[in-house]
Structure formats: C-alpha cells, structure tokens
Write a protein that binds this ligand. Structure first.
Ligand code: ADP
Ligand code: MG
Length: 139
C-alpha cells in the first residue's frame, strides 16, 4: 500500500439533495484527506471528454445529460490506498447491489444517478485528477 491520489465526484443528484457535507465528512472520517476541491457545472463537452471511455455504451447519452444537469463537486482525495478505499466507500455502481453503509447504498437512487464517481485504477486516477486540477492546486 502507498499514499495515492484519486478523483472523486459528488454527482448532480447528491449535490441537489444537499449531501455535500455528509459525503465529504465520510471521506474524512475514513482517513482520506481532500487534496483539492471545486464546485463545477460541467459543459456537454467536458462531460463527454471525462466519460470518453464509455462513448460506445448505450447509456452514454443519458450519462452526459445527467452529469450536465446541475453542479458537481470534484475532489482529489489523498491517502493510504486511496483509489481502492474510495471505491469501497462508494459501493457498487448499482445502489441495489451496493453493500450496506456505502455512499451509493445510502444516497443513490439508480444505476445512472448514483451520487458519486471514483477513479477505478492508478492510471485512470492520474488522468482524471489532471482533467480537473493543476498540480499546483493540490495540497
Ligand atoms: P462506476 O461509476 O461504478 O465506475 P461505470 O464506470 O461502469 O461505473 O459507469 C460510469 C457511470 O455510468 C456510472 O457511475 C453510472 O452513472 C453510469 N452508468 C453505468 N451503467 C449504467 C446503466 N446501465 N444505465 C445508466 N447509467 C449507467
Ligand atoms: Mg467507472
């Protein structure tokens, strides 16, 4: 294990439901620190670019529409094993399959509107953090 950085997004559904504080507190309680944080309203182009790996998936249009439907909070989380830890705290993509106590079990409504994003690998974490933050914005 090592100290890692990963990208977290609090998606528009959770932002609309006033859950920013609860979700951020959970990451801090779990020992992750917020290396960078910003509220953003993604343009269509930014959302399409961020989710480019899913371009061929049938849900791509729906995903981009959802991610541009309101503001998000983008965060760079830092800590021991942060990439896998964030994924554990988030829970499975579909809240119906997510473990008890995970953010998606607690707060998500559907497989599409599922409250949070987290990078899935070291390679993607580096790409995704750089998509939203300059290295000089992370502390
Ligand atoms: P995760 O966010 O858990 O890494 P994926 O990378 O597979 O999941 O998918 C990216 C996002 O696309 C999901 O978080 C969700 O918002 C959306 N999504 C995934 N699968 C579906 C689906 N079957 N229908 C609608 N939206 C979906
Ligand atoms: Mg993913």
């Amino acid at each position: 294990m090592a100290i890692e950085r990963t990208l977290s997004i609090i998606k528009p559904d959770a932002t609309k439901k006033n859950l920013l504080g609860k979700i951020i507190a959970r990451f801090e309680e779990e020992g992750l620190t917020i290396a960078g944080v910003r509220k953003v309203w993604l343009s269509q182009q930014e959302a399409e670019g961020f989710y480019a790996v899913h371009k061929a998936r049938p849900f791509f249009g729906e995903l981009v529409e959802f991610m541009t439907s309101g503001p998000c909070v983008v965060m760079c989380l830092e800590g021991e094993d942060a990439i896998a830890r964030n994924r554990e705290i988030m829970g499975a993509t579909n809240p119906a399959d997510a473990a008890e106590g995970t953010l998606r079990k607690l707060y998500a409504d559907s497989i599409g509107e599922n409250a949070v994003h987290g990078s899935d690998s070291a390679e993607n974490a580096a790409i995704e953090v750089a998509y939203f933050f300059r290295s000089t914005e992370l502390f």
